[in-house]
Design a protein around this ligand. Structure first.
Ligand SMILES: Nc1ncnc2c1ncn2[C@@H]1O[C@H](COP(=O)(O)OP(=O)(O)O)[C@@H](O)[C@H]1O
Ligand SMILES: [Mg+2]
Length: 338
């Protein structure tokens, strides 16, 4: 199951992504937490010191593309693979169970509390707001497009609610999107925009209030987002301690906040996967992307990358295709597993 935490800077995306990842991992489930936020500090909150951070996926797009395209004859090189290029027969697919594939081995590191961490790497001015060929969140989109996940295993993405994810279709790659909102006018301002995009594409969103101080705050959120308010987190002394680098265990969380984590998990687990829609939207956004800029950028007709025979979801793992046995390719830069 995939979940995104989105919202304005400072709303608490990173905090809630980290708490949720730890909560779910604490129940024994495989969890990959992905830092795709502008300010990269999911790692810090998950207890990973700077030198131990994984390599930034956004800085290794060519390697990632070369791995994922595998032997897919429709994608002859990484140069013509863009962030929306969908998998087809011969592509390498990813699963969450053992995570022994070269991509997870290279780009995911364990964190002390159980979740594994992957990061896009820090954003630069030129990465923001453009449907850019080199955008770092493109690495996350490629990852999610090639991932076949199921119940009881989780990817948690800490993500900015930005134009980049709307333009590329990244916002349609999740089973559930939690929009983190503080109970202020600023805080709920992203909500309407996100809701409108989301409803157009059948994307499930729910609002999660954060830093709530009492009934008035809850009433404010209800007024502005109505039934989309799923749950809320109170302003937390334990979270402050975490931020200050003091020891923190999930059990230090206030009971209401712990309950709110349970609500998030229950909601996510209750989502039914719709692989057909997932595949259709992957293709829809690839075609849009191709027409908007990617055909021009690559000098090819990217519609030809779509494999009409490819079936998204577990079926793609179960049925070996004529291209499915992928011979190892010499690796870039020597020893690296990708
Ligand atoms: N429920 C909470 N209680 C107390 N402080 C919080 C809470 N949620 C977030 N914060 C604090 O608010 C600040 C911004 O949170 P952060 O998760 O970094 O936001 P974002 O990732 O959306 O920019 C941090 O200092 C964080 O510790
Ligand atoms: Mg953040």
């Amino acid at each position: 199951m995939r979940v995104a935490f989105v919202g304005k800077g400072g709303s608490g995306k990173t905090t809630l992504s980290a708490l949720f990842s730890r909560y779910v991992a604490g129940r024994g489930a495989p969890v990959v937490a992905v830092d795709a936020d502008i300010n990269q500090h999911l790692g810090m909150i998950l207890g990973v010191e700077e030198p131990d951070l994984p390599p930034p996926m956004g800085g290794h797009l060519t390697e990632i593309k070369d791995y994922l395209r595998g032997d897919n004859p429709r994608i002859p090189s990484a140069e013509v693979m863009v962030k929306t290029t969908p998998p087809g027969r011969g592509s390498r697919l990813l699963t969450l169970g053992e995570r022994t594939d070269p991509l997870h081995r290279r780009f995911a590191v364990p964190t002390p509390e159980g979740p594994e961490l992957m990061v896009t790497g820090p954003f630069e001015e030129s990465d923001l707001g453009v449907a850019c060929y080199h955008s770092k969140v493109g690495a996350v989109e490629l990852y999610l497009n090639h991932l076949v996940d199921g119940a009881g295993e989780y990817v948690v993405v800490d993500m900015t609610a930005g134009a980049d994810s709307f333009a590329s279709g990244l916002f349609t790659r999740f089973d559930m999107t939690y929009l983190v909102a503080e109970p202020t006018r600023q805080g709920v301002s992203v909500y309407r925009q996100y809701r409108d995009y989301a409803s157009e594409f059948g994307v499930r969103i729910a609002v999660v209030g954060n830093k709530v101080h009492g009934e008035q705050d809850v009433a404010f959120l209800r007024d502005h987002v109505g039934d989309d308010l799923l749950t809320w987190f109170e302003h937390s002394a334990a979270v402050r301690a975490l931020e200050q680098g003091r020891p923190f265990a999930l059990d230090d969380l206030e009971p209401a906040n712990l309950d709110a984590l349970g609500v998030l998990l229950k909601q996510l687990d209750g989502c039914e996967k719709d692989w057909r829609r997932f595949g259709e939207q992957a293709i829809e956004f690839h075609l849009r992307n191709a027409a908007a800029w990617a055909n021009r950028a690559t000098g090819t007709d990217l519609a030809a990358q779509i494999d009409p025979e490819f079936v998204f979801g577990p079926a793609a793992l179960a049925e070996p295709t004529p291209y499915a046995s992928v011979a190892p390719r010499p690796m870039e830069g020597g020893g690296s597993p990708l």
